[in-house]
Design a protein around this ligand. Structure first.
Ligand SMILES: Cc1cc2nc3c(=O)[nH]c(=O)nc-3n(C[C@H](O)[C@H](O)[C@H](O)COP(=O)(O)O)c2cc1C
Length: 203
C-alpha cells in the first residue's frame, strides 16, 4: 500500500495571463512519455478543487458549487508522476494531500471501460471526478443531479486551464461505460459514481 503524499504548496499568485490561457486551451490527447512533476500534480489538483479561502467556518474552493456543498470527490490515477508511486489516490483538499484510495485500479481496465481511449494509459495522471449525491440531494432533491453535473464542469474547466498554464495537455472524458468505470474505480454507482474523467500528460 502506498503512503500518504504531502503536496507542495500551490502557486496562488504569479502565473501566465488568463486571456492567453483561455485562447490557447484545447483538448490534447497525445502525450510524450515524460513524467509530470509533483509540483505540477499539486497545482493541477489545487486548481481543480482546492481550498482557496473560507467564509465563516465553511471552506471555499477554486471552483464554485451550488450551495457550497461541493458534492464531488477528486481521485487521481497516477501513471507517471515523479516521486509518486503509481496508484490510485484520493485528493483531500482540506490538507492538500493525496491519500491512497484503498482500492487498486488497473489503468488498462479503465482504458477499456472508456471505450479504449488510449490517453488513459498514456497520460501522466487521470483525474476522476466522483459524484457524492448525498451531499446535495437532502437540500436540493432532484435538482441536485443537475447541480452536480454543473459543478463537475466547473472543476474540469479549472483542470483544463491549469494544464494549459503549465504547458501540459488535458482532455476531458465523458464517453465511457458507466457500470464498467464504476466497477474499475470501486464505486457502487449509487452513493458514489464516476461522473467525469480528465487526462493530463506532458507535451
Ligand atoms: C462533457 C464532455 C465530454 C467529453 N468527452 C470526451 C471523450 O470522452 N473523449 C475525448 O477525446 N474528448 C472528449 N471531450 C472533449 C471534446 O471532444 C472537445 O472539448 C471538443 O472537441 C472541442 O475541442 P477543444 O476542447 O479542443 O476546444 C469531451 C468534452 C466534454 C465537454
Amino acid at each position: 500500500m502506498n503512503a500518504r503524499i504531502s503536496l507542495p504548496q500551490p502557486e496562488t499568485g504569479q502565473g501566465p495571463g488568463l486571456w492567453g490561457v483561455l485562447n490557447q486551451r484545447r483538448s490534447r490527447r497525445r502525450y510524450v512519455d515524460r513524467a509530470l512533476s509533483l509540483a505540477q500534480l499539486s497545482q493541477l489538483l489545487w486548481a481543480t478543487y482546492g481550498i482557496s479561502g473560507a467564509r465563516g467556518d465553511r471552506r471555499l474552493r477554486t471552483a464554485p458549487s451550488a450551495g457550497a456543498l461541493f458534492p464531488l470527490d477528486v481521485y487521481v490515477l497516477v501513471n507517471r508522476v515523479a516521486d509518486v508511486p503509481a496508484g490510485y489516490y484520493q485528493y483531500q483538499p482540506e490538507d492538500h494531500v493525496l491519500v491512497p484510495a484503498g482500492h487498486e485500479v488497473d489503468p488498462q481496465a479503465l482504458r477499456d471501460a472508456c471505450l479504449g481511449q488510449s490517453m488513459i494509459t498514456e497520460a501522466g495522471a487521470v483525474f476522476c471526478l466522483v459524484a457524492v449525491p448525498d451531499r446535495a440531494v437532502p437540500r436540493y432533491g432532484e435538482r441536485a443531479h443537475r447541480y452536480i453535473g454543473l459543478d463537475a464542469g466547473h472543476a474540469m474547466q479549472n483542470l483544463y486551464l491549469a494544464a494549459e498554464a503549465l504547458g501540459l495537455g488535458c482532455c476531458a472524458i465523458g464517453a465511457f461505460r458507466d457500470e464498467a468505470v464504476n466497477r474499475v474505480l470501486g464505486l457502487d454507482g449509487v452513493r458514489r459514481w464516476a461522473l467525469y474523467l480528465g487526462t493530463v500528460g506532458s507535451l
